[in-house]
Design a protein around this ligand. Structure first.
Ligand code: GLN
Length: 201
């Protein structure tokens, strides 16, 4: 069974763990560098990206997570987690983890519309059955680099994208009973583990 960590400094940790377990994997909270060992994937949940960054610094997790990711660990960032993954954040000089070749803008769906749900057609996630996507003070992906695959848009805004083993979305897939997006990430973890095992033989 795949072992998927959920960064547990802030945000909807329990909901992600339930979604991971409903998708047939083991979900474990991660708060320390030691807990990063033995994972097949890592989820960065939503919350508040500037607060999460402060916590990542004080728990000394930023560089260890970046190193694991660069060494082959699949990472899925949702909402604030997407902001942590982005290589460029509109209005900021420096990224946080900076693992994906994407530009994101924070709080980009307007102040009045703090939270809403829309049916999304997602590439590779069930044909013809939309995914109920919950947006909460959500960022969006303004642009993507050549190696990034756009998997879903809402209007003209990119809200889900993949770059190899890295996946990032604007919405909160853990807040519905539909676990297809989490299942999609776990499939990435299964295949990237297989390819790294093959590569290490
Ligand atoms: N607005 C938050 C931020 O900029 C993200 C919101 C969320 O994760 N629900 O960090």
């Amino acid at each position: 069974m795949k072992r998927i960590g959920v960064l547990a400094l802030q945000g909807a940790v329990r909901e992600h763990i339930l979604a991971i377990e409903a998708s047939g994997a083991e979900g474990v909270p991660v708060k320390t560098v030691a807990e990063l060992e033995g994972l097949d994937g890592l989820v960065l949940p939503g919350g508040e990206s500037t607060t999460m960054r402060r916590l990542l610094d004080s728990y000394e997790l930023l560089e260890p997570i970046r190193k694991k990711a660069l060494d082959g660990l699949p990472v899925f960032g949702t909402c604030a987690g997407l902001i942590l993954l982005a290589g460029t954040i509109v209005g900021y000089e420096e990224p946080h983890l900076g693992l994906m070749d994407i530009t994101v803008e924070r709080n980009s769906f307007g102040r009045q519309v703090d939270s809403f749900e829309v049916p999304l057609a997602i590439e590779g996630v069930g044909v013809g059955v939309d995914f109920p996507a919950v947006f909460i003070r959500a960022p969006h992906i303004v642009s993507v680099g050549p190696d990034v695959e756009v998997l879903a848009t809402h209007g003209d805004r990119i809200v889900l994208a993949r770059q190899g083993r890295f996946l990032g979305c604007s919405f909160h897939p853990e807040l519905t009973d539909d676990h297809r997006v989490m299942q999609y990430f776990i499939d990435i973890c299964v295949h990237s583990k297989e390819s790294s095992e093959v590569g290490s033989v």
